[in-house]
Design a protein around this ligand. Structure first.
Ligand code: GFB
Length: 331
C-alpha cells in the first residue's frame, strides 16, 4: 500500500510549501541537461535524500514500472525533467517520438505521483508551447491564443497536455503540482550532436572543430535573424528549487533570462569565445523556426528570483566543460 495515498487523496491537504533537507526528492531525467543541474543544485543545498534512476533501471514510458518505482520509493517531492528533447531539426524529423514519448513519460509520472501521495511536483515545459506569433515578451496568458510554430508542434502539444494535466490534478484533487516554462537552455551535460542538438551546443562544436581543423568558414543554419533568449541551466535549476519552495499555483510560470540575442550575434559571440577568426555562412535552406521567443518572466522576478549567469560567462564555462567532456581528444 502506498504510504500517503489515503491522507493526500483528500481535497486541500497537499500544502507542503517548504522543502525539508530530509525529504525524499525524485529527480526524473537526472542524466539530462536540466535534471543533472537540478541534482547539482539540490546537493549544493544539502539535500541528502535524492532518488534517481537511469533509463536501464526505470523505463518512464512504462506505466507498470513507474507505479512500482513510486511504491518502492514514496518520494515527497518530484522534479519532472525527463523528456524527449532536441533542437529544431530533431523536432521536425521525429514528431511521432516527440509527441508519444513525452505524453507517456509525463502521464505516467504525474499519475503515479498522484497515486502515491507525492507532496509536491514540478513539471518542466518549454517556451515553444506559446503561439508562434505571440506578443513579445510572451506572458503566461498567451497560452492557446494562436497557432504554434510548425517545426516544434508535436513537442509543444505534448508539453501543453502535460501542463493541463498538472492544472487538472491541482483543481480536481487539490494536488500541489506546478508547471515551470523555461526559455531556451544551455550548459553542461547538453546534447552536442550536430543534427539533434539545440543551437548553442551545436555552434560551440562547429566553431571548435573549425578552429581545430583550420577551416575558413562555419555554417550557421537559417538567416541568423531569429531572436532567442538563453538561460544557463544552473539558473534554471536554482529557479526550480525556488519555485518548489515558493510557488503553488496551478497556472504555469515562465522562467527566462530577460534579454534576447539574434542567432547571428550569438554565433559571433561563440566564435569569439572559441577563438575562431573565420567567416559565418548562413544556410537559408535550413529553417529559422519561431522568429522571436522572449519570455515575460516578470511574475517570477517579482517573487524575488533573478538569474545570475550572463550569456558571455555561461558560454565560456560551457565551452570549458565541453573541452573536458565532449571535445576531449579533438583540440
Ligand atoms: O536551438 P534551436 O535548434 O531551436 O534553433 P528553437 C534556434 C535557432 O538557431 C534556429 C538556428 O533559428 C536555427 O535555425 N541555428 C543556427 C541552429 N545554426 C544552428 C545549428 O547548427 N543547430 C541548430 N539546432 N540550430 C527549439 C524547439 O526551437 O527550442 C524545441 O525545437 C524546444 O521544441 C527548444 O522548444 C527550446 O529555439 O528554434
Amino acid at each position: 500500500m502506498r504510504k500517503r495515498s489515503s491522507i493526500f487523496a483528500m481535497a486541500g491537504t497537499t500544502c507542503q510549501s517548504v522543502v525539508n533537507k530530509s525529504d525524499v526528492i525524485y529527480v526524473a531525467g537526472h542524466r539530462g541537461l536540466v535534471g543533472s543541474a537540478i541534482v547539482r543544485r539540490l546537493e549544493l543545498g544539502g539535500f541528502s535524500n535524492i532518488v534517481v534512476r537511469g533509463r536501464s533501471e526505470l523505463d518512464l514510458t512504462d506505466s507498470g514500472s513507474v507505479g512500482a518505482f513510486f511504491d518502492e520509493t514514496s518520494p515527497d517531492r518530484v522534479f519532472l525533467a525527463a523528456a524527449r528533447v532536441g533542437g529544431i531539426a530533431a523536432n521536425d524529423a521525429y514528431p511521432v517520438e516527440f509527441l508519444l514519448e513525452n505524453l507517456k513519460i509525463q502521464n505516467n509520472v504525474l499519475e503515479h505521483a498522484h497515486r502515491s501521495g507525492v507532496g509536491k511536483l514540478l513539471f518542466l515545459g518549454s517556451s515553444c508551447i506559446y503561439p508562434r506569433m505571440a506578443p513579445q515578451p510572451i506572458a503566461e496568458n498567451s497560452l492557446l491564443t494562436g497557432p504554434l510554430e510548425k517545426t516544434n508542434q508535436a513537442y509543444a502539444i505534448a508539453k501543453i497536455a502535460g501542463l493541463k494535466l498538472v492544472e487538472a490534478y491541482h483543481t480536481q484533487y487539490s494536488r500541489e503540482f506546478i508547471s515551470a516554462m523555461p526559455t531556451n537552455l544551455y550548459g553542461p551535460h547538453d546534447n552536442f550532436d550536430l543534427e539533434t542538438s539545440h543551437v548553442l551546443p551545436a555552434l560551440l562544436r562547429k566553431f571548435h572543430e573549425a578552429k581545430t581543423a583550420g577551416a575558413d568558414s562555419v555554417e550557421v543554419w537559417g538567416t541568423g535573424k531569429p531572436l532567442r533568449e538563453f538561460l544557463h541551466v544552473d539558473d534554471l535549476a536554482d529557479a526550480c528549487v525556488f519555485l518548489m519552495d515558493n510557488y503553488s499555483e496551478p497556472e504555469l510560470i515562465n522562467v527566462g533570462y530577460g534579454d534576447e540575442i539574434s542567432i547571428g550575434n550569438l554565433a559571433r559571440l561563440i566564435a569569439a569565445t572559441v577563438g575562431f577568426g573565420g567567416t559565418l555562412e548562413f544556410n537559408t535552406s535550413r529553417p529559422d523556426g519561431t522568429p522571436r521567443k522572449l519570455m515575460d518572466s516578470s511574475r517570477l522576478f517579482a517573487m524575488g528570483w533573478k538569474p545570475s549567469v550572463t550569456l558571455e560567462d555561461g558560454i565560456a564555462s560551457t565551452y570549458s566543460w565541453a573541452l573536458d567532456h565532449e571535445f576531449a581528444g579533438n583540440s
